[in-house]
Every structure is written in C-alpha cells, then in structure tokens.
Write a protein that binds this ligand. Structure first.
Ligand SMILES: [Mg+2]
Length: 429
C-alpha cells in the first residue's frame, strides 16, 4: 500500500507577511489588492481576521466593516514564491515524488522512504516541525494511501496539524462530510449531486459505480473511485510536472481603454512582465495571443505566429498592438486586456539571424530590456519605466501592480526537466 502525504501551507500569504513582520502577529491581517486600482479585494487573511468573519474574495471595505482594526497589506508575490520554494525543498528531502498543486500545496509519495524516516505519520510530523522552526509558518498535512484522501486530510484539521486517513477510519472521518469537501467537486457538480439526492462523500461511494456513471458520466466514475478510496493516480516526480504552455499577464486597468493609445500604454507594462518571465524560465514564444473584454463583457481572443522564437517585450507588445489594430475598433471601450506568449520553446542560445527582420534593433532592445529589468530588481519596480507610461497617471498605475509568478516546478520546460533528470542520474551513479 502506498503512503501519500498532502502538505498545505496554512493561509500562506498572510502567514508569510506575519513571519517577515513579527509586529503583525496576533493582529487581524489581510493581504489585499491595491484599493485605488479596482482590485480592492481580500486575497488572503490570517486566523485572527478569519475569526472576525473576514472572507477571501470580499471587498476590502466590507472586511473593514466587520473588522475595523484589520491591517491590510499589499501582496508580495515574489516573497510568497520564495517561501513556497523553500517548503518544497524541504519536501524533496523526503521523496523525489513531489507534485505541486497550486503554489502552496504539494503531494508527496513517501512509500520508498518509510524505511529511512518512519511511517507516513512520522514523516508528516517531521515536515510539520521543520516548516514551523525553519520557515516560521505552519503547514497542515494529510496522510493516506491515495492522493484524494491525503488532500482531504490536510483540509480536515488546520493549522499546524497532521490527519491520518486509514482504511480503518475513512468511513467514519471522510464519508459523513459534504460532497463539496471532495477534491474536484465544485459548485456545479455539488448542485447536480444534490439534485440526485447525494449529499455526503459516503453517499457517492455507496450509490455504486453504475449509478454514478448514469448520473454524471465519466466524471461520476472518477468521483466514485475518489470517494471509495480507490483513486490510484500517481504522484508525479517533481521534474515531471506539466510543462507550461503559455506565459501571460492580464489586467483590469483603473479606467476603461478608449483607444489604441490607452491600450498601448497597458500592453507595454503587460508585455514587460511576460518577457521577463519567459527569460526567467529560459523560454521563448513563437506566437502571441491577446485577450480582450469590453465594457459589455464581450470577450475576444486573437493570435499571431512569429517566424522565429521571440523573447523581447518589444516584439511581444508590437504583435499585440498589430492584433488589436486589426481586430478592435474601440467603438466599445475595453474593460480588461491580456497578452500571452504561446507555443513556447526553449530560448535559443544564439539568435537566428534573419535578413527580413530588424535583427540589430531587436538585439539592442533585448540588451536594453535586460538592463532595465536588473535595475528594477535592484531598486524597485518604479525605478525605471518607459516615458510613455508617465504620460497617463491613471493607466500608468498598471505598471505598479504585482504579478503572480508561476510555481517553479510547473515552469520547467520538458528539456530542462530532462537535463535535471540527467544531472540527477549522474549524482546517483
Ligand atoms: Mg494553503
């Protein structure tokens, strides 16, 4: 029988803020989007704020009504990523089968490590203690023989807790819980199950495979196996994580975009972050896609291919503008806009020379962009920007907004993962 752990950092964003700023400890605290940018919602909260009724996703002003002394801090995604990476490197000391599930959750298959470190519960407590003492944040860990029940276990008791779901206790612990507590059962599936008179996880298991198939098709079969402890999906080795298919960024700017000039301003900022992330992950894109949503919430996506791999913000932004020019006439203003690099490939070590592109110009742009990035990394996001961004005080704000980074494992491209595997094999030999 396998031994699988699911480790979930508790209120990750808020806990990291409290670890970095001890003065916030014991005080109700929330991480919130910047108020003046129409992103004024609660992204995360700590236990104290939760006790006062603060909910993730509600407006900051609503939360402050319930909890007048709520401390609201802006998000620091790079910092949270650093903590998640550190936690993952602790997990990797107990198994190479570590699969990320969102930025702050991982499954670990520790079956092969039991002789070294003890049973699943023992390993879970070692990890729980290390996260607490080394990172000053807490984790809850579920232990079971399959991924679904391990995930259930990490949700069952938190913070700073271990829950073991065994073949002996799962009928008593898991089965009485509502169907929505089961992995992958969202609001729509919950409604369908309720309509069929199925309310608890035990109901799913006891209604049988055939019944679940009739009720929900293929999805029903998966739910039956999940609820009855027969999920046998493997935990991926961490370098086997799905390669990323695209790198994008989008925003709902502080005001609607009324013309191409408005859009250009925002696209510059978005393309800068896309190019930066491509470079960070050693990737290049061979196409660009834009995503538009107008003030009537009508959405449109259009894409365009390049004749070679591209990594500069300059080219990504120009392709986006060309698409915009061709497909949007601004009779209706845009409420939000996004741009992504698609059809990713590993970044070429040397640039392909082409007679038909402004090669020299692009290489210079690339040097300029990398230099500007270094300055920003060192002196802050606002230390250097395009002059055009300063021309509009409201839309220029987009430049300041934080970007959510992609977790490390998910960002590795297949060839990078193979390189990692080769290195690992070499060290084993
Ligand atoms: Mg969490």
């Amino acid at each position: 029988m396998r031994t699988i752990l699911h480790a979930d950092l508790n209120s990750c964003y808020a806990s990291v803020e409290c670890a970095v700023h001890p003065e916030y400890r014991g005080v109700p605290l929330a991480v919130g989007g910047e108020k003046e940018l129409r992103h004024g919602i609660i992204l995360a909260k700590n236990e104290e704020a939760k006790k006062m009724g603060v909910k993730t996703g509600e407006a900051i002003w609503q939360a402050q009504q319930k909890c007048p002394h709520l401390v609201v801090v802006p998000p620091h995604f790079e910092l949270y990523k650093e903590y998640c990476d550190k936690a993952r490197s602790i997990y990797l000391q107990y198994s190479d089968m570590v699969e990320s599930f969102g930025p702050d959750e991982c499954w670990l298959d520790v079956t092969g490590s039991r002789n070294l470190f003890g049973d699943g519960e023992k390993i879970a407590h070692i990890i729980r203690n290390r996260i607490k003492t080394e990172l000053d944040i807490t984790v809850s860990v579920g232990v079971s023989w399959n991924k679904v029940f391990a995930k259930f276990g990490s949700d069952y008791k938190k913070p700073d807790a271990v829950t073991v779901i065994t073949e002996e206790n799962y009928r008593d612990i898991v089965w009485p819980c509502p169907v929505s507590d089961l992995l992958f059962v969202g609001p729509a599936t919950t409604r369908r199950l309720h309509n069929g008179g199925i309310y608890t996880i035990g109901d799913i298991a006891q209604s049988g495979l055939q019944h679940m198939h009739n009720a929900l098709g293929k999805n029903g079969i998966a739910l039956f196996y999940a609820a009855s402890g027969q999920d046998c999906s493997p935990v991926k080795k961490y370098y086997e994580a799905e390669p990323i298919k695209s790198v994008g960024n989008s925003t709902t700017p502080p005001r609607d975009l009324r013309n191409l000039q408005d859009a250009r301003l925002v696209l510059y900022s978005l393309s800068d972050t896309v190019a930066k992330r491509l470079r960070t992950y050693g990737l290049a894109c061979t196409g660009v896609q834009i995503h538009l949503r107008d003030t009537n919430l009508f959405t449109l996506e259009r894409q365009k291919q390049f004749d070679r791999p591209v990594v500069t913000s300059y080219e990504i932004c120009n392709a986006g503008l060309a698409l915009l020019n061709a497909h949007w006439n601004f009779q209706t203003p845009l409420r939000s806009i996004g741009i992504r690099g698609i059809n990713l490939v590993p970044a070429p070590k040397t640039m392909q020379m082409s007679l038909f592109t402004e090669e020299r110009r692009i290489q210079n742009k690339q040097v300029l962009e990398v230099t500007a990035e270094k300055i920003r990394d060192r002196y802050g996001k606002e230390s250097i920007c395009r002059a055009v961004i300063l021309s509009d005080a409201v839309l220029g704000q987009v430049n300041k907004a934080s970007v959510q980074p992609i977790p490390f494992a998910a960002a590795m491209h297949r060839e990078q993962r193979e390189e990692f595997r080769r290195q690992e094999l070499c060290t084993k030999v």
